[in-house]
Design a protein around this ligand. Structure first.
Ligand SMILES: [Zn+2]
Length: 172
């Protein structure tokens, strides 16, 4: 099932999300539907608050090469446990802020721990686009959007555009 994606500004996108305590079938189904929703969009990452669920769950797949094997990742309670001093800059976008992009600087490499779909504890290092994406998605769980890294003026400009988009969608 494809879930509707919330568009900024929405109070649910500003909330601190709660850790997942018991990994049950309902949460697994939510994770699967989030992946389906992300691929359909299409996007490379999606966080639970973007579909209105305030739980610490993200999904991502940064494999973009045509014909390459997909590499879906489901992360419950993801946590950045180490970051590199070296930074990298990527032009980021967000499914909750359609068609707006900005260059954001983040640590180039991160180590992340999480609980996988089977309830196992995992730990891995990420770099390149994967590092940016996983940090962007974890930010969502803390109510932080990529536009929060921009100047207030730029952020306000994008927010106004989104308000206009939402009014247009509501009329349609
Ligand atoms: Zn996003």
């Amino acid at each position: 099932m494809i879930r509707p994606i919330l568009i900024h500004p929405d109070p649910r996108l500003k909330k601190l999300c709660a850790p997942v305590a018991d990994l049950d079938d309902e949460l697994r189904r939510l994770a699967d539907e989030m992946l389906e929703t992300m691929y359909d969009a299409p996007g490379i990452g999606l966080a639970a608050p973007q579909v209105g669920v305030l739980s610490r769950l993200i999904v991502l797949d940064c494999v973009k090469e045509e014909g390459a094997e997909p590499r879906p990742l489901i992360m419950f309670n993801p946590e950045v446990t180490a970051t590199s001093e070296e930074t990298s800059v990527y032009e980021e976008g967000c499914l909750s802020i359609p068609e707006q992009y900005a260059e954001i600087t983040r640590p180039a490499e991160v180590e992340v721990t999480w609980i996988d779909r089977d309830g196992r504890e995992r730990r891995a290092g990420f770099d390149g686009l994967w590092a940016t994406c996983v940090q962007h998605e974890i930010d969502h769980l803390n109510g932080r959007l990529f536009i929060d890294y921009l100047t207030p003026m730029r952020r306000q400009m994008i927010t106004r555009k989104m308000q206009k988009l939402k009014r247009e969608q509501a009329r349609a």
